[in-house]
Every structure is written in structure tokens, then in C-alpha cells.
Design a protein around this ligand. Structure first.
Ligand code: NAD
Length: 477
């Protein structure tokens, strides 16, 4: 199990990292940009790598987590990565086509279009919670857009990171893509490299530091951050159905999912019943915890302590805590699924991103109160709303803002390859996946081709009567 918080960062040679960057940078400036054939070839090699080493990746991730359900690694990491590759591969010819743009009468008979050009070298910093998917799905988009890339996975999943480094080197030339491993010091040096774009996935606090480091080079960033993603259950909606969906989204990977519901807003007369329904549902999914290979461990001792302490603080302040098999789970390096009713506003559970298997249920009086509760906090990465009433759906969508939304379910907006994925405000800057990812890592280069007459140049200087007439005509239009 990864008690990497206590572990010394494993070595990475910063000068080696710089040499690698220089190589990719030089090649990106001296070689023609990757054409469709090369982009597809890189995507094919990436798919082959994921398929060939899928079992080893799952084993490495499981050993980093203590326990991670194999099926979760398959469904939440390998399948979406392969899906993203297939989607990009298929749509690349259309995405790469120059986009014809309108030319106003003043500039006729000229032409205008946009070419999506590769940026050059992309830096990708990824977290530990879905270590494969969050490293490789930005790489899919970087490759689709014709770039080279350097990856820096999290030090909290060392077995996975070393394996990724090793197999990437078998499938890619370092001038195309390579992995750099190491801890915070390596992350800092990595984010100081003058990439053509830097995509960071991780906490909002570290995101701020990465943004500052990138700003020194004027490197544009995509920041995929965290936050408290609410689930709002409207009064009309079946409590059982909502509890089932929320439990699914919350306790997968033991709540260590950036878009897991962080807390549930429920009409006050149903709050207790919802807390009980959530607990019943999660117990049905994971009847025992300690030896259950489907119930994931929490990544490190520091994170286990953080979560258990936060529950204790809420309990001490008068909240009702519902859980099961507490001792056995903790002994096995897990945190039990926990539902907390009436956690006071000042408790950590109410103010900080939970990122673990603890779920507060927050009662509300009116839907407007629930909306006001969401709006009084930072804009979240995801929002879930359960209702069959169009008016309630519209009210929640129209009066809140979040990175993305799933209605009457949880998590699934991230799985739609056709949708952009990203946060807003403190939950992130920019989005990727699918065509948005392709555009994120491309430069939209404006091209104007002058027609057989260049009217503007014909007018002067020296500026004469005709120029004045034309100017007047244009001003009066
Ligand atoms: P983290 O911010 O601690 O670390 C992320 C990465 O940044 C790691 O590779 C780490 O080595 C590196 N890093 C640490 N300090 C650095 C520094 N000063 N400079 C540069 N790099 C540095 O995040 P984490 O604990 O690995 O992940 C959990 C967080 O990530 C949660 O907040 C979660 O919501 C968020 N998250 C967001 C998404 C998303 O897509 N928006 C996905 C998964 C996780």
C-alpha cells in the first residue's frame, strides 16, 4: 500500500528532464508538423501499449492503493483511454481540415481560413487517483493535435509511475513522448519548463503554484482541479433511485474521484431517510469492507487520517454519523463508507473537498435555498441534479455554474467523448477531451489570402478622392 507521504521522493535527474525537453523542443521546431498518418500511428501505438500492458497497469495501481478493484481500473481507466483514442482516430480527418471563414465585402475576393497547428511540446502533470487515465487521456489529445509530450505522474502511485515510464519508452521514441518520475521537487522543476502548453490535473492549491511557475514562461495552462461537487435531489424525485446513483458515484474508488458527489442536498423532511437509503445502498454494494477486493483502499496514511479526523470533528460537533465495519476497515488500510447528517457549517467536511468515502447529507427547505447553498461556495467541478420536472431542472441549470453536469445520475458526463471536460473558477481553467482537447493543444492559426485585386492597396497612399469616398461609404454603412 502506498504510504508514499512518508517516503522520500524517488530520484529523477532534473538535468535529464531538461535534456529531454530540449530534444523535443528542437525537433518540434526543426521537423515538419505531424501529419494524419503519424498522428494515427502514435495513437495506435498508445492503444497497443494500453492493451498489451493492461494487466500490469491494473496490478501496479492495485499495489499502490493497497486494494483497487480490477474491474474499476478496467472500466474507469483502460476503457475510457481506449475509447478516447478510437474517437480521436476516427474524427481526426474532420478536425484537421482547415475551417473556411467568412470574408467581408471590403476584402473580397480574398479568402480566409483557420488552420489548427500543433503547438509543439506539451507538459502533462497528473494525480494519483486515476493515474493511468489522467496521464494518458491528455496525451491522446496532445498526440491528436500533432504534439510531442512529457508526462509527470504522481509520486503517490510509484509502482504505476515506474511501469508507465518503462513501457512508454518501449513504444515511443523520447523525442515523441516520455515520462519523468519523481516527487514535489520534480513537479516544481517540471512546471518551470517552457512548454508550449502545460496541462495540470490535481488539487486547487498546487494548481495555483503550477499556474505561477508557468506564467514565468508565458506558458498557457489547462488546470483540471478539484472542489466540492454537489448533488441536489429535488422533492419530486424518487429517493431510492437518487440514493442508488449517488452511492454509485460516491463509493467507486472509495470516493477518490474528482467528480464524486461531495455532499447531497435533500429536502429537509427527507434528509434522514436519504442518509439511511445511502447507507443501505452502499452496504448492498460492499457488504464487507476489510477483505472486499471491490472496495478500494485510501491512497496513504495521511489521507486516511485526514478523513477519519474530519468525521470525528463532525461527530464531536453533534453530527449524526452512519457507518459500518469501522475498525476492521481501518485496520485494512481502508476508510469505511460514511454518511454524515447535519455536519455543522464550520466542520471541515462542509468547507473542504472531501475526496474520500465520506458523504455529508445537507437538508434544505426550498430549492432556492439549495441553489443559494451551492452559489455561496466556489464553483464546483461537477453538479448533479435529480428531478423529473423540467422547471426544477431549468432552475438548477440556469441558476448555478459548474464545470459539467449529469442529470439523474452521477459521473457520466465525463464518459461522453463528445463533451468537453473541465472546471470553472477554482475548479479549473480550460477543458479537454475529444474535439475540445484537439483544439486545446492546437494553435488556431488565422490565414487570409488576398484575391486578384487588393482593394485596400489600390486606394492609396497617397490617399485621394476615391479613398475618401470609400471611407465615407464604409462609415455610413
Ligand atoms: P496534487 O495537487 O497534490 O498533485 C498532483 C500532481 O502535482 C502530482 O504529480 C504531484 O507530484 C505534483 N505536484 C505537487 N506539488 C507540486 C508543485 N509544487 N509543483 C508542480 N507539481 C507539483 O493532487 P493529488 O493529491 O495527486 O490529486 C487530488 C486532487 O486532484 C483533488 O483535489 C482532485 O479533485 C483533483 N483532481 C482533479 C481532476 C480533474 O480532472 N479536474 C481529476 C483528478 C483529481
Amino acid at each position: 500500500m502506498a504510504d508514499a507521504d512518508a517516503r522520500q521522493p524517488f530520484s529523477a535527474d532534473v538535468s535529464e528532464m531538461r535534456t529531454l525537453f530540449d530534444l523535443q523542443h528542437r525537433k518540434s521546431r526543426s521537423h515538419p508538423p505531424a501529419d494524419l498518418k503519424l498522428r494515427r500511428d502514435r495513437l495506435d501505438r498508445l492503444a497497443a501499449m494500453v492493451k498489451q500492458h493492461g494487466d500490469r497497469f491494473a496490478d501496479a495501481i492495485s499495489s499502490d492503493f493497497g486494494v483497487r478493484a480490477r474491474i474499476e481500473t478496467e472500466l474507469m481507466e483502460l476503457v475510457p483511454t481506449l475509447g478516447a483514442i478510437r474517437y480521436a482516430r476516427k474524427n481526426l480527418p474532420a478536425w484537421m481540415k482547415p475551417e473556411k471563414r467568412h470574408v467581408s465585402v471590403n476584402f473580397q475576393p480574398g479568402k480566409a481560413w483557420v488552420r489548427h497547428e500543433p503547438l509543439g511540446v506539451i507538459g502533462i502533470i497528473s494525480p494519483w487517483n486515476y493515474p493511468l487515465q489522467l496521464a494518458l487521456s491528455p496525451l491522446v489529445d496532445a498526440f491528436a493535435a500533432g504534439n510531442r509530450a512529457m508526462l509527470k505522474p504522481s509520486e503517490l502511485t510509484p509502482a504505476f509511475a515506474e511501469l508507465l515510464k518503462d513501457v512508454m519508452a518501449q513504444h515511443f521514441d523520447p523525442e515523441e513522448a516520455a515520462v519523468v518520475t519523481g516527487g514535489v521537487d520534480v513537479g516544481q522543476a517540471f512546471s518551470s519548463l517552457p512548454f508550449d502548453h502545460l496541462l495540470f490535473t490535481g488539487s486547487t492549491a498546487v494548481g495555483r503554484l503550477v499556474y505561477q511557475a508557468a506564467a514565468k514562461n508565458l506558458t498557457p495552462v489547462t488546470l483540471e482541479l478539484g472542489g466540492k461537487s454537489p448533488a441536489i435531489v429535488c422533492d419530486d424525485y424518487s429517493l431510492e433511485k437518487a440514493a442508488k446513483s449517488i452511492a454509485f458515484g460516491k463509493w467507486l474508488n472509495a470516493g477518490q474521484t474528482c467528480i464524486a458527489p461531495d455532499y447531497v442536498l435533500v429536502p429537509e423532511h427527507k434528509a434522514e431517510a436519504m442518509a439511511q437509503a445511502l447507507l443501505a445502498r452502499v452496504r448492498e454494494s460492499y457488504p464487507d469492507l476489510a477483505h472486499n477486493p471491490d472496495y478500494s483502499g485510501v491512497i496513504s496514511e495521511r489521507h486516511r487520517k485526514r478523513l477519519l479526523d474530519a468525521v470525528q470533528v463532525a461527530r464531536d460537533k453533534g453530527a449524526t454519523v452512519l457507518s459500518y465495519e469501522e475498525e476492521a476497515a481501518v485496520e485494512a488500510g481502508k476508510v469505511p463508507p460514511t454518511v454524515v447528517l447535519n455536519a455543522p457549517e464550520e466542520a471541515i467536511l462542509a468547507s473542504e473537498e472531501i475526496f474520500g468515502p465520506v458523504l455529508p447529507v445537507v437538508p434544505y427547505r426550498t430549492l432556492d435555498d439549495a441553489i443559494a447553498h451551492v452559489n455561496s461556495r466556489d464553483r464546483p467541478l461537477a453538479l448533479y441534479c435529480f428531478t423529473d420536472e423540467k422547471a426544477c431542472e431549468e432552475r438548477v441549470l440556469g441558476r448555478t455554474l459548474s464545470g459539467g453536469v449529469t442529470l439523474n445520475g452521477t459521473l457520466l458526463h465525463i464518459a461522453q467523448e463528445s463533451l468537453p471536460f473541465g472546471g470553472v473558477g477554482p475548479s479549473g481553467i480550460g477543458a479537454y477531451h475529444g474535439q475540445e482537447g484537439f483544439k486545446r493543444f492546437s494553435h488556431a492559426r488565422a490565414v487570409h489570402k488576398v484575391g486578384f485585386i487588393n482593394v485596400f492597396e489600390k486606394l492609396g497612399p497617397p490617399w485621394g478622392k476615391t479613398a475618401r469616398k470609400v471611407a465615407q461609404m464604409m462609415l455610413n454603412r
